[in-house]
Design a protein around this ligand. Structure first.
Ligand SMILES: O=C(O)C1=C[C@@H](OP(=O)(O)O)[C@@H](O)[C@H](O)C1
Ligand SMILES: C=C(OP(=O)(O)O)C(=O)O
Length: 438
């Protein structure tokens, strides 16, 4: 966790003068967009992706697939409405270089795809990407028959020497540091000669909704997947080899990116509507309906979308966030403004996210006068009267949005490098000021 001197631009976080009342159209889900791109690239026929998220992480994914030979064209969708990508699969070829940026989905989902390509595919990324765990993918791919050159740390940079096909079969991994190891192997699994059987052998597996998202999206393109939930063994997922269908998919709004806007309703005692909130979804952000209700709000799914209303009071919470780790920064921000302490548990693996999120949240909230301590697997947050100051973001989009939430209630908070929100939500500053009616 280092303060990046190149990012000394400060964004004065708007202070809310009253209760917010707004409708916010949140762009598409990062996790759905990047899974859909991978599955469409591996399909046996072209597909459509409507309302894809266009952000750094998804443009890196699209760029990498294009570098391997996949066609991704701008279009308007088969019914003429909305923006869309048409994805035209083709033989996957190297040599190519993939820039993963700091996108977990790109660095983990694409090495298995590269193993199916023919030629050398080099993977590189931001300095932080070298520190994020990748051993589960690298070791598993070797067991499944891939040739990979790396520096032995189980991390980037590396080169996959694709042989045009991969044996596949059974493999054991420890995915306790990232659910994306499991998702990565399952997504490409139908294209391995023997499919894949992934057995997680480590301690608790985080982010289960994201694994369910992978399984649901695989099934939607015709893959056969056996899971612990469908009567299989605990911690074992099996994907049968087979061709994948091209799909016409409209991407749901990113519910984790809806979080700061819902938090704004909670913090200001206002009301925010998020159109197109799905009635059923695997996105972890759907849990916010429950979590932010417990913290003092109320919500209703209406034909206009999710209407979330703050009561004017914010309560602390004791909650296990292991399934929904990416919501932690936004919950910590609200908890710092609550009327009672909070304990956030089950998220030790956040130390290996975009930045060490537990250390970063502790340092930055305390820098504004807060009282946060790190625990082995989370945070204790005792609300204090906060004051203004610089909120550093460590190239982490969710640190930036968490700082903006605090800025609504605390005057003179300045967010360093708010542009880092471009990782998943390039429109954040405009959406935020739009919500506040500025
Ligand atoms: O598969 C995905 O799309 C994601 C899985 C989760 O990763 P971890 O299991 O590494 O936390 C989540 O935090 C990340 O934002 C997106
Ligand atoms: C952890 C996150 O991202 P990534 O996909 O890079 O792991 C996140 O978006 O909170």
């Amino acid at each position: 966790m280092t303060v990046n001197p190149a990012h000394d631009t400060l964004w004065p976080a708007p202070h809310a003068s009253g209760a917010v009342a707004a409708t916010v159209h949140v762009p598409g889900s990062k996790s759905v967009t990047n899974r859909a791109l991978v599955l469409a690239a591996l399909a046996a026929e072209p597909g459509w992706l409507r309302r894809p998220l266009r952000s750094r992480d998804t443009l890196l994914m699209a760029g990498a697939l294009r570098a391997l030979g996949v066609g991704i064209e701008e279009g308007v969708g088969p019914d003429g409405s909305g923006e869309a990508w048409r994805i035209i699969p083709s033989g996957l070829h190297g040599p190519a270089t993939v820039d993963v940026g700091n996108a977990g989905t790109v660095m983990r989902f694409l090495p298995p795809v590269a193993a199916l390509a023919d030629g050398a595919i080099r993977f590189d990324g931001d300095p932080r990407s070298y520190e994020r765990p990748l051993h589960g993918v690298i070791d598993a791919l070797r067991v499944l028959g891939a040739r990979i050159d790396d520096d032995g740390r189980g991390a980037l940079p590396l080169t996959v020497h694709g042989g045009g096909a991969l044996d596949g079969g059974p493999v054991e991994i420890d995915a306790s540091s990232s659910s994306q190891f499991v998702s990565a192997l399952l997504l490409s699994g139908p294209r391995f000669n023997q499919g894949v059987e992934v057995r997680h052998t480590g301690s608790a597996l985080p982010s289960m909704p994201h694994i369910r998202m992978t399984v649901d999206m695989l099934r939607a393109v015709g893959a056969q997947v056996d899971t612990p939930e469908s009567g299989g063994e605990p911690n074992v997922w099996r994907v049968t080899p087979g061709a994948l269908l091209g799909r016409d998919l409209t991407v749901e709004p990113d519910l984790s990116n809806a979080q700061p806007f819902l938090a704004a309703a909670l913090v200001t005692g206002g009301r925010v509507t998020i159109p197109d909130w799905p009635a059923h979804t695997t996105q972890p952000g759907d849990k916010l309906r429950e979590i932010f209700t417990e913290m003092g709000g109320s919500c209703e799914l209406t034909p206009q979308g999710l209407v979330f209303t703050g009561s004017g009071s914010i309560h602390g919470i004791d909650v296990d966030l292991s399934e929904v780790g990416e919501l932690t920064p936004g919950i910590a921000a609200v908890a710092a403004l609550a009327d009672s302490p909070s304990t956030l548990r089950g998220v030790a693996h956040l130390r290996l996210h975009e930045t060490d999120r537990l250390a970063a949240l502790t340092k930055e909230i305390n820098g504004l006068g807060g009282d946060v301590t790190e625990t082995a697997d989370g945070l204790h947050i005792r609300p204090r009267r906060l004051h203004g100051g610089v909120f550093h973001t460590y190239d982490d989009h969710r640190m930036a949005t968490a700082g903006a939430v605090i800025g609504l209630a605390v005057e003179d908070v300045q967010i360093e490098n708010v542009a880092t929100t471009a990782k998943t939500l390039p429109d954040f500053p405009d959406l935020w000021t739009g919500m506040l009616g500025n």
